[in-house]
Ligand binder design. Structure first.
Ligand code: GDP
Length: 483
């Protein structure tokens, strides 16, 4: 990588580690790189500007996971309603519609389900997004779908999340069903952890169904706690909150119901979300945005949406799209439907771009800094952790690579070595096959080129999942990019 130096553009962005938005004393003025002196734009102190923009609140991307019917949509829909994010008239409309459809208790869930198709099926299919605020945070909520076929969508949601709320159904037999092999509680827990989520709030939901019994709450904590620890969550980063998504108990205010207050004095779900540690944003790194949608708008150019994973962008910036390795100009930036002059890591934005043909841009392209671009490749090495797989993996094994917003057919081109789970030491070179629970180095070949980073450089852009006929078989991190 070459770095040009000129009097007004420093050779490198400051390498100060990200401190979250709170660290104002340390806010370095991040100069706008790559501009010609004559056209220099105003320099932007991104950290200070972000703090101003959010009224001192930090941004949190939250994904909701859990077994189908655990009550995820009802819980989050009710929470949004209690926060005043859904007005009475809309709620009334949802109630009428859901009654008509014979599913009255689904009214809150409908707040989150936007398409008619989802309503008819009573299932949240896509990763819808909504915003709400707590005392110290602005939270972007991604409602993850629970059905088995929809896990690829969930990976997209979870890959963009900082923290997760795991919803479990406390009813007798139901928690157990979701927790067994085949249930999604375990798979979702493993998935989000593999995708980099470290903090988790567990909503022990439908507590009304078990009369708010403390014993049941404790029983669930002990079963789940053991598993979550194995999945790699620290005990100190997992919090359990008894809730009822249907009655709204303990969602946004502490409960006053004696059945609960007689043994529980902890935070309600909203408070618990507020207590999450703010994530670190890679604002000082070169700009990266993974495209999650592409569409034609009125006017010239077209729009792409996605989460800014690193760096920041200002209107007028020229950016590179990888693949196809072509540049375009950012004409407009919108965040939550509001036009902005700039946006930074952590923001889910929509960019209006010109100077490029829409045909060339697909979901999964990465828009990046022209001077320090991401690489596109179809062959890379990775360290993978195999899940509970039934068939052993051999050379040439077909998989689907799930990475950020991409799902791309790929093959395991080479089995390089088997590694020790914790030390990473090579246990065996060129193994003939890989089995469940193993840690290994492999070489992966994708059908088409994908834009990737090494995990050591960009955590967010260096990890992926592998799936095979409908189940997730491995999580991995990129260690070397070939060709
Ligand atoms: P999802 O698939 O996890 O999104 O679950 P839904 O939100 O669609 O809820 C599934 C069913 O459980 C619906 O019939 C809800 O009305 C019901 N439900 C959700 N939360 C609660 C709760 O706290 N208590 C009770 N009794 N029922 C609930």
């Amino acid at each position: 990588m070459t770095m040009k130096t000129s009097p007004d553009t420093p050779s490198k962005r400051p390498e100060t580690p990200s401190k979250g938005f709170g660290g104002s004393e340390e806010s370095p003025s991040v100069p706008t790189p790559g501009r010609t002196p004559g056209k220099a734009k105003q320099q932007l102190n991104v950290r200070a500007e972000l703090e101003k923009r959010q009224g001192g609140k930090s941004l949190l991307n939250l994904v909701v996971i859990g077994h189908v019917d655990a009550g995820k949509s009802t819980l989050m829909g009710h929470l949004l309603y209690l926060l005043g994010n859904v007005n009475k008239r809309t709620m009334h409309k949802y109630e009428q519609e859901s009654k008509k459809a014979g599913k009255a208790s689904f009214a809150y869930a409908w707040v989150l389900d936007e398409t008619g198709e989802e309503r008819n099926r009573g299932v949240t299919m896509d990763v819808g997004m909504t915003k709400f605020e707590t005392a110290s945070k602005v939270v972007t909520l991604m409602d993850a779908p629970g059905h088995k076929d929809f896990i690829p969508n969930m990976i997209t949601g979870a890959a963009q999340a900082d923290v997760a709320v795991l919803v479990v159904d406390a009813s007798r037999g139901e928690f157990e069903a979701g927790f067994e092999a085949g249930g999604q509680t375990r798979e979702h827990g493993l998935l989000v952890r593999s995708l980099g989520v470290t903090q988790l709030a567990v909503a022990v939901n439908k507590m009304d169904q078990v009369n708010w019994q403390q014993e049941r709450f404790k029983e669930i904590i002990s079963k789940l706690g053991h598993f979550l620890k194995q999945a790699g969550f620290k005990d100190s980063d997992v919090f359990y909150v008894p809730t009822s998504g249907l009655s709204g108990e303990n969602l946004t205010t502490k409960s006053s119901a004696l059945a609960l207050t007689s043994w529980y004095s902890g935070p309600c779900l909203l408070e618990q979300i507020d207590y999450f540690k703010p994530p670190q944003r890679s604002i000082e790194k070169p700009f990266r945005l993974c495209v999650s949608d592409v569409f034609k708008d009125q006017g010239s150019g077209f729009c792409v949406t996605g989460k800014i994973e690193a760096g920041y962008i200002q209107t007028g910036d020229r950016v590179l799209a990888m693949p196809p390795n072509e540049t375009c100009t950012v004409k407009g930036i919108t965040l939550h439907d509001e036009p902005l002059d700039w946006a930074a890591a952590g923001d889910h934005v929509s960019l209006t771009v010109t100077g490029m043909d829409i045909i060339k841009i697909n979901v999964g392209c990465v828009f990046c800094d022209i001077k320090e671009p991401i690489r596109a490749c179809s062959r890379f090495r990775a360290r993978v952790l195999l899940f509970n797989i039934e068939v052993p993996i051999t050379q040439g094994f077909p998989v689907v690579l799930h990475y950020q917003t991409i799902s791309e057919p790929a093959t395991i081109r080479k089995l390089v070595s088997v590694l020790h789970k914790s030390s990473g030491e090579v246990l065996k070179k060129k193994p003939k096959c890989l089995g469940k629970g193993m840690n290994a180095m492999v070489e992966i070949q994708t059908q088409r080129p994908v834009a990737l980073e090494l995990y050591k450089d960009f955590k967010e852009l260096g990890r992926f999942m592998l799936r095979y006929v409908g189940s997730t078989i491995a999580a991995g991190v990129v260690t070397e990019i070939k060709d």
